[in-house]
Design a protein around this ligand. Structure first.
Ligand SMILES: [Ca+2]
Ligand SMILES: [Ca+2]
Ligand SMILES: [Ca+2]
Ligand SMILES: [Zn+2]
Length: 425
């Protein structure tokens, strides 16, 4: 795994407003734009034809748009306030024109969100907040480049906030290297900042969770219990650590316990080159479900992957896809296709995202930013998240990817441990 090198990413971070928004539940249907412009256009074309013999041909008149919002949908895996809501739309009838969009809401504190070229970039995430269960209507206003306007509405109902924080309880810290313990503590605090609301404490567990891991099963879990341990894995380099959920509860397919095993032979090197903190952050991301509760063909019912087994696997979670496109990506979110089992299809594509925290190769001597894409991927798993606490991140440009070799990275190795559920395999 050594010998993989990242590329320099120096472009500006794309920032968008993400204001609290009201949720949407029903589309009010499409709205046909006013079309008088087309009649005028036909008259103008006729005049051009009549006068061709004595004037220079100005070329074909611009085709007016019959702009129609053919679909406007809203979805969220968790509708508890603050809910991250993914809006999607489909514009038709543009006749080659482009369109810009604006999203407004009946929620009083919502500030309009602008989406340039929304005929190409047709998804965005907004946050729906309310102190009580409430319905708000989002309005999508699309304006074609020659001025035709169409609007559509959708109502979303957001539930009252749970009123409790998302908590991660760590175990095993007293018996491990204090540097690993500190990194684990910092990682837990950072993820607690990302996930903004907790769940009811879990006090009953599936019977298969008994004896599944190296620690005594807790009698009650306040959101997430993570055991951290050191062990000999494969010596220096190779796999640095491995992690995943242990006990997964239904409904929700949410891990309530998990283990991070750090390779005792890699601790010194990780501490020396500054990757220990990023590695613990990365592994805790796996415990939360990134790369481990996506279904991956052998567990669960989410089916969030497409193109598995090909050279271009993708993650199709709506919220993460929306953030990927907001940063300039297209299609679904590209996953790693190399690196072998434990890396492939469980991390973001190294070539597409380079320094991002949840790629399979960690930066040495440089930050590994937690992007809005990774945070939104948690929303796709049912967590309530706050995109605004993401680190600054931009996709490496094609030129930067071509350069490569600018910054060394350390392979994480086979670090993903899928849930050991006794069913579904
Ligand atoms: Ca809690
Ligand atoms: Ca190792
Ligand atoms: Ca990387
Ligand atoms: Zn990993």
């Amino acid at each position: 795994m050594l010998g993989n090198f990242g590329t320099m990413s120096t472009g500006p971070t794309t920032m968008r407003e993400r204001n609290p928004v009201s949720p949407l539940n029903r589309v009010d249907g499409s709205v046909r734009a006013r079309s008088t412009g087309r009649i005028l256009g036909l008259i103008a074309t006729s005049l051009v034809l009549i006068t061709t013999s004595c004037t220079a041909d100005p070329g074909p008149a611009a085709e007016p748009a019959y702009l129609t919002i053919a679909a406007f949908t809203a979805s969220a895996t968790n509708t508890t306030s603050p809910a991250l809501v993914t809006l999607n739309w489909n514009l038709t009838g543009l006749h080659g024109q482009s369109a810009d969009c604006e999203i407004t809401s009946t929620e009083p504190d919502f500030e309009p969100v602008s989406i340039p070229l929304c005929n190409l970039n047709n998804t965005t995430n907004v946050t729906a907040t309310s102190d009580v269960a409430a319905s708000h209507t989002f309005t999508l206003t699309a304006t074609a480049s020659l001025g035709v306007v169409a609007t559509a509405n959708r109502t979303f109902t957001v539930g009252a906030p749970t009123g409790e924080a998302f908590n991660i309880t760590l175990s095993g810290l007293d018996s491990i290297d204090s540097r690993v313990a500190s990194a684990a503590t910092a990682a837990a605090a950072r993820w607690e900042q990302v996930i903004v609301s907790g769940f009811e404490d879990t006090t009953t567990f599936p019977s298969w969770c008994d004896g599944i891991a190296d620690y005594p099963m807790p009698s009650s879990v306040d959101d997430l219990f993570v055991h951290v341990e050191l062990a000999t894995l494969d010596g220096l380099n190779g796999t640095l650590a491995e992690a995943g959920p242990d006990c997964v509860v239904m409904p929700g397919e949410r891990g309530v316990t998990g283990t991070i095993t750090v390779d005792v032979d890699d601790v010194e090197a990780m501490d020396a080159d500054g990757t220990l903190g990023s590695t613990l952050m990365h592994e805790m991301g796996h415990v939360l479900g990134i790369g481990t509760l996506w279904e991956n063909g052998n567990w669960g019912s989410r089916h969030l992957l497409v193109g598995t087994g090909t050279s271009d696997p993708r993650f199709k979670g709506q919220a993460a896809t929306s953030e990927w496109r907001a940063l300039g990506g297209s299609g679904f979110v590209p996953l790693e296709s190399g690196g072998g089992a434990g890396t492939t299809e469980a991390h973001w594509s190294e070539s597409a995202m380079d320094i991002e925290l949840m790629t399979g190769w960690i930066e040495t001597g440089a930050p590994s930013p937690l992007s809005t894409i990774s945070i939104a991927a948690l929303a796709d798993l049912g967590y309530n998240v706050d995109l605004s606490v993401a680190d600054s991140f931009s996709l490496p440009g094609a030129a930067a990817r071509g350069w490569a070799m600018l910054r060394p990275e350390r392979g994480m190795g086979s670090d993903v441990r899928l849930p050991q559920a006794p069913f579904g395999r």
